[in-house]
Design a protein. Structure first.
Length: 358
């Protein structure tokens, strides 16, 4: 049985998965700790020497790297150093794997390719007609159109994807609240907000009940626990107040405004992608052009993606949190890597095994 590992190496988290659905996720601020990447990759793997590893990344954008090409090279070299005996393949936005040395020479195809890997794997759930994958994570949301099981994005790099609404830089944990809105309304008065990292979207979704409290989690804006009281205090600071000045009920109303604004931002992007997909199908003269594509949900923020799909009037075909598991949904790109690299590259592994001597 081939030992297979899928890696999704992000700017804030490292995610690993195997083909059986085992998942490991660890916070890893690349911009601060990139020199420790090799060590942390070894720590996150189940086997010391996985036979086959599929790699995708978004970490190359971290500002510790001079440019994306430098980031891609650093990540690839770190994986090679962590697993020197493994066969390693890197995903490209052309829909194929490359060997590490070749991938390092193609940074424009390697950079931020994890969404493409996920869409390629998810596509098998919708082999006919049109579909949209909405993957909402801790930091970003990917909205990927598919036709007959194949991703058909208008953009292939993050700049283009931002332009076309296929990448929305908002997620359910790490997004600063000052990036969601610049003011809130209290008692019919609009109050400007502090442009500070006082609170993030995970505080909002915790207060509203979508994210559970976790007193052991201090990966928050103020490094204090992820609890209801602490979250409300962080949100109050957005109005330059503390918990003695704004009661819990008032903070909860403020949280709802943030949640509505974030959802509306995603609804706008999803509508943009949907309309463009419909026009694309109609332009080809397809009789089965579906004005209501099916939706596949994934990510730790699948609850928010489900709200977006409902507001857009789109039916959810599958939610990875339900069809697979919460952990697979939260590390879906890593899981997709494990599946795809095994299916496509295990023959390479067999060829790499030396013929036994007599």
């Amino acid at each position: 049985m081939t030992t297979t590992l899928g890696l999704d190496i992000g700017g804030a988290n490292l995610k690993a998965a195997n083909r059986d659905g085992q998942v490991r996720i660890i916070p890893f601020p690349m911009w601060q700790q990139h020199r420790d990447l090799t060590k942390q990759l070894r720590a996150i793997a189940w086997a010391q020497h996985p036979e086959l590893i599929g790699v995708t990344m978004t970490a190359e954008l971290a500002d510790c790297f001079d440019c994306k090409a430098a980031g891609v090279s650093w990540v690839i070299e770190s994986v090679q150093q962590a697993f020197p005996k493994s066969e390693i393949r890197v995903w490209l936005t052309t829909g194929e794997f490359a060997e590490p040395d070749d991938a390092a020479e193609l940074p424009e195809l390697v950079a931020a390719a994890n969404w493409h890997a996920l869409a390629t794997w998810v596509g098998r759930a919708v082999p006919d007609g049109s579909a949209i994958l909405i993957d909402t994570g801790s930091t970003t949301t990917d909205i990927i159109p598919l036709v007959d099981g194949v991703p058909v994005p208008s953009g292939l790099n993050d700049f283009e994807r931002l332009r076309f609404g296929e990448l929305v830089y908002t997620g359910v944990r790490r997004t600063p609240l000052c990036a969601v809105m610049d003011s809130v309304v209290l008692k019919d008065v609009r109050i400007p907000l502090a442009a500070e990292l006082f609170a993030t979207t995970q505080d909002v979704h915790l207060v509203l009940g979508a994210i559970a409290e976790d007193a052991s989690d201090t990966n928050t804006a103020d490094a204090k626990p992820l609890t209801m009281n602490a979250a409300r205090s962080r949100i109050a600071r957005m109005l330059c107040c503390d918990h003695t000045e704004l009661d819990g009920e008032t903070v909860d109303r403020i949280a709802r405004q943030f949640a509505d604004a974030q959802r509306n931002q995603l609804i706008e992007a999803c509508s943009q992608v949907r309309n463009r997909l419909t026009k694309q199908l109609q332009s080809t003269g397809r009789e089965d052009a579906d004005p209501e594509p099916k939706v596949v949900l994934s990510g730790s923020g699948a609850f928010l993606a489900a709200e977006v799909a409902a507001e857009c009037g789109l039916a959810v075909l599958t939610n990875l949190k339900e069809s697979a598991s919460n952990s697979v949904a939260e590390a879906a790109c890593a899981f997709a890597m494990a599946q795809l690299v095994f299916e496509r590259c295990r023959d390479d592994l067999l060829q790499a095994v030396p013929f036994p001597e007599a």
